[in-house]
Design a protein around this ligand. Structure first.
Ligand code: G16
Ligand code: MG
Length: 218
């Protein structure tokens, strides 16, 4: 029986995936790496340094930068990203999410957050959703990022559930792969083709209700 939900943040609870993309696109332009929809999608859910590495690889630039220069580029991206985050309000919560969080809380499901983002607590604060997530996986404690199962396994562990008692919710292919490898039920929100490995698919967040989930689990 399902007893809890492990949530991704960027692209599921809020529209920050657009901000991440915008800030990375600036870095790609700066270093002269080609930007594409495929690269943009591939970066979703991927840690900051791994994201930079993917962008540099796309332009065959990986060897052109020292480790220090790479850290500087990633820091510049984060500074740009945080400027966008600073302007966020609860209006940036994606459609239907607040109602869904209330619905699952009312039904006694446990909740945790499995975001790769070191900025997750700050984003939750901006959205005024901090109280919904007493349990947040700290990405600094991870040895491997998504698509490795570690982050979703920790999300379940934090709420003292077995993976098979949890549903993981994601907008990224790397995240769905992480949920599946952890042995949880996966919900993919967004393009059905990109997220074809998810157990349950929704085109957008407003479709997420317990009734709609039950329909697809039957
Ligand atoms: C998010 C985003 C990624 C971002 C990562 C790290 O993951 O989807 O694009 O690179 O966090 O974020 P930061 O640089 O803020 O630490 P998730 O797992 O929330 O989708
Ligand atoms: Mg995401």
């Amino acid at each position: 029986d399902i007893k809890g939900f492990v949530f991704d943040l960027d692209g599921v609870i809020t529209d920050t995936s657009v901000f991440h993309s915008q800030a990375w696109h600036q870095v790609a332009d700066k270093v002269g790496a080609p930007w594409s929809k495929k690269l943009e999608d591939g970066l979703k859910g991927i840690s900051r340094m791994d994201s930079l590495e993917m962008i540099l690889k796309a332009g065959n630039l990986s060897d052109k930068y020292t480790d220090d220069q790479k850290v500087a580029l990633a820091t510049e991206k984060n500074t740009n990203y945080l400027k966008l985050v600073d302007q966020m309000t609860p209006d940036n919560i994606l459609p239907g999410i607040k109602a869904f969080l209330d619905e699952i809380k009312d039904h006694g499901y446990l909740l945790s957050l499995a975001s790769a983002s070191k900025n997750a607590p700050k984003v939750l604060e901006k959205l005024q959703l901090t109280d919904y997530f007493p349990k947040i996986v700290d990405p600094k404690t991870l040895s491997k990022g998504k698509p490795d199962p570690e982050i979703y396994l920790k999300g379940a562990e934090l709420i003292k559930l077995k993976p098979e008692q949890c549903i993981g919710v994601e907008d990224a292919a790397a995240g769905v792969a992480s949920i599946n490898a952890a042995g949880e039920t996966s919900i993919g929100i967004g393009d059905k083709q990109t997220l074809k490995d998810a157990d349950i698919n929704f085109e957008n967040t407003s479709e997420m209700t317990l009734a709609n989930i039950q329909k697809q689990m039957a």
